[in-house]
Design a protein around this ligand. Structure first.
Ligand SMILES: [Zn+2]
Length: 144
């Protein structure tokens, strides 16, 4: 009888270098890079330095900005509270983004998010290799 129960999720590992595998690893590498560069919650006045997460200003469904590690880009360190608050109160993150980088930076980011070109598998793979090199233990040097 137990055989009939279906598992809600398949635990089959993702096939290496499949699009989903690349997306998953790019999410991880992006988070590593952002959290290496930023040690305080992005939200002005928060000051939290513990358990920081990689927060996305524009939703992750916008693939052109999902793995953005530009200093004025889409991904920044956020404390768990502010990262969660973002769901319902996106204006907090947006306002602070404009205060830090200016309206033109936000316009530029939104323009990039809405780029019509589709990211190809080759582009994802190239991005993965470039980041994998940056975050390998030998390459990560203490800059401070
Ligand atoms: Zn915070």
């Amino acid at each position: 009888m137990l055989r009939a129960i279906k598992k809600p999720f398949s635990h089959k590992p993702l096939r290496e270098y499949s699009t989903r595998w690349l997306e998953h690893h790019l999410d991880e590498l992006t988070s590593k890079i952002v959290l290496f560069n930023e040690k305080v919650c992005f939200i002005i006045g928060c000051g939290a330095t513990k358990d920081l997460q990689c927060g996305h200003l524009l939703e992750r469904r916008h693939r052109h900005t999902r793995w953005d590690v530009h200093p004025e880009g889409n991904c920044h360190a956020q404390c768990p509270l502010h990262n969660q608050l973002h769901e319902g109160q996106a204006h907090i993150y947006r306002t602070d983004f404009v205060l830090r980088f200016g309206q033109s930076a936000l316009d530029e980011l939104e323009r990039r998010a809405r780029s019509m070109g589709k990211l190809t598998h080759t582009e994802l793979e190239a991005m993965f290799h470039a980041r994998d090199v940056i975050t390998s233990p030998r390459a990560v040097k203490k800059t401070a």
